[in-house]
Design a protein around this ligand. Structure first.
Ligand SMILES: [Zn+2]
Length: 139
């Protein structure tokens, strides 16, 4: 038996100034990504410079919330004690309609084993330990 007090909490998000607009947006029920003001490249995760042309100062832009499933794995054993209570759960790479790819969870799928590559997804912001976490559901 593991004492409950020994179980670490949900990992806290990166609250650095670079990421603050991202978490502020999810707190308002929205998802944002970065777009380069020089070459137009849309990307995540947040960076100080465009990963395509290295120009500084990319701007945040609101995502529509539509995406498609690129890859995923269904966890049946928790990799960390903080996740023990949620198995089985699905971790995935999704591609936003605007182009950026992000790592997230697929929730609300009646049968996670029935997910399909390229499947349409919709954004769902879920509250967890006071954090608004962007996840996706089958569209
Ligand atoms: Zn660029």
């Amino acid at each position: 038996m593991t004492d409950a007090a020994e179980i670490p909490g949900f990992p806290a998000p990166d609250d650095s100034p670079l990421w603050k607009p991202f978490w502020d947006a999810t707190g308002e029920g929205q998802l944002v990504f970065m777009r380069c003001t020089r070459c137009g490249n849309a990307f995540l995760p947040a960076r100080e410079e465009c990963p395509n042309c290295l120009s500084p100062g990319p701007q945040w832009e609101r995502a529509s919330g539509g995406a498609r499933l690129i890859s995923w794995v269904v966890y049946h054993r928790a990799p960390d004690a903080a996740f023990q209570g949620r198995v089985p759960y699905t971790a995935a790479i999704v591609e936003l309609d605007e182009g950026p790819r992000m790592i997230t969870n697929i929730v609300g799928a009646q049968d996670p084993e029935a997910l399909q590559i390229e499947q349409r997804l919709s954004l769902r912001i879920e509250q967890e330990d006071g954090v608004a976490v962007p996840r996706f559901v089958p569209a």
